[in-house]
Design a protein around this ligand. Structure first.
Ligand SMILES: NC(=O)c1ccc[n+]([C@@H]2O[C@H](COP(=O)([O-])OP(=O)(O)OC[C@H]3O[C@@H](n4cnc5c(N)ncnc54)[C@H](O)[C@@H]3O)[C@@H](O)[C@H]2O)c1
Length: 281
């Protein structure tokens, strides 16, 4: 898809990968970019930064919680009213938990709502207009955890597997009807999700379902190489240009996925060894 003159929405746009996507998209001269995030203070900082860097660009911001269907519907309605039909919707907001069986039912539910159901709500709200006009593009930020697993985070792994499955289902169902779908699956990226200490005082996340990420951050940092969010955004722009479904900024993930599919027992053994190294057992 062409980003020039496109009407773009990015959720989770206040920070990390979402903020970098907005900056990189802006350089392609889109018609407008609408930033959506639950964190009002950081959202305003990101909006101002983008508007200052790209004075010609129409920049809008919407404080919403993507886990609430009514707010996602309202986002799509408001953006459409302000700037016309949405061309590219980036469902990017996400949370981690750093928990396993100790995660409460509330944490499981919250993680599934933000990391999976938000995409269902957005696709439901977008698809009628997109199918009517025979075009539209959904970029879903999942994770390599949705193809492999995330050491130390059960709700995250499960929700991201669901998100990958939903992206595949959308592509199978609507891919021949003019609808583009891409699924972004990075491993570690230098953002507050993985490095909570990056969070500025103005950008504190008040999400009750998002406890300290220290354990999982340490685990993941030790297990893989870390990319900058700007590198991820660069990969996304290249992949959107060719309408590639699976976007792997860490290209080694393709081999890991093949290894998993080719011999599940051996892959699980290797993952258990990694887990043992991380937990020092
Ligand atoms: N950082 C990584 O290592 C990594 C790796 C793979 C995938 N991802 C995925 O990338 C996406 C972006 O994460 P990031 O790393 O940039 O983290 P981040 O914490 O920097 O950004 C996430 C943004 O989502 C927002 N958000 C959280 N819950 C929300 C909600 N309910 N409604 C609206 N906005 C909400 C947060 O306020 C934040 O601004 C997530 O889906 C994450 O799972 C991140």
């Amino acid at each position: 898809m062409k980003l020039t003159n496109a009407n773009i929405v990015v959720t989770g746009a206040a920070s990390g990968i979402g903020a970098s996507l907005c900056e990189r998209f802006a350089a392609e001269k889109p018609r407008a970019i609408s930033l959506a995030d639950v964190d009002a203070a950081t959202l305003e900082i990101s909006r101002l930064r983008l508007a200052e860097s790209f004075p010609e660009l129409k920049v809008y911001s919407y404080q919403i919680d993507v886990s609430k269907e009514s707010e996602v519907i309202e986002l799509v309605r408001s953006v459409t009213q302000a700037t016309g039909t949405i061309d590219l919707f980036c469902g990017n907001a996400g949370i981690g938990t750093a928990l396993g069986l100790d995660a409460s039912n509330e944490v499981w539910q919250r993680t599934m709502d933000v990391n999976l159901m938000a995409h269902v709500y957005a696709a439901r709200a977008l698809m009628p207009a997109w199918l009517d006009r025979g075009s539209g593009y959904y970029l879903l930020t999942a994770s390599a955890a949705g193809l492999l697993s995330n050491l130390g985070d059960a709700p995250y792994s499960v929700s991201k597997h669901g998100a990958v499955a939903f992206a595949e289902w959308l592509s199978i169902t609507y891919g021949d009807r003019g609808i583009g779908i891409s699924c972004l699956c990075p491993q570690g990226v230098r953002t507050p999700l993985l490095f909570p200490e990056m969070q500025s005082a103005a950008a504190t996340t008040s999400d009750p379902g998002n406890p300290s990420q220290d354990a999982v951050a340490l685990a993941v940092v030790r297990a893989q190489r870390i990319l900058e969010p700007s590198e991820v955004a660069e990969c996304v722009v290249a992949a959107l240009d060719t309408e590639q479904f699976l976007i792997l900024p860490h290209e080694e993930v393709a081999a890991y996925e093949q290894a998993r599919a080719g011999n599940r027992e051996r892959w699980l053994g290797a993952m258990r060894r990694l887990q043992a190294q991380i937990s020092g057992t």
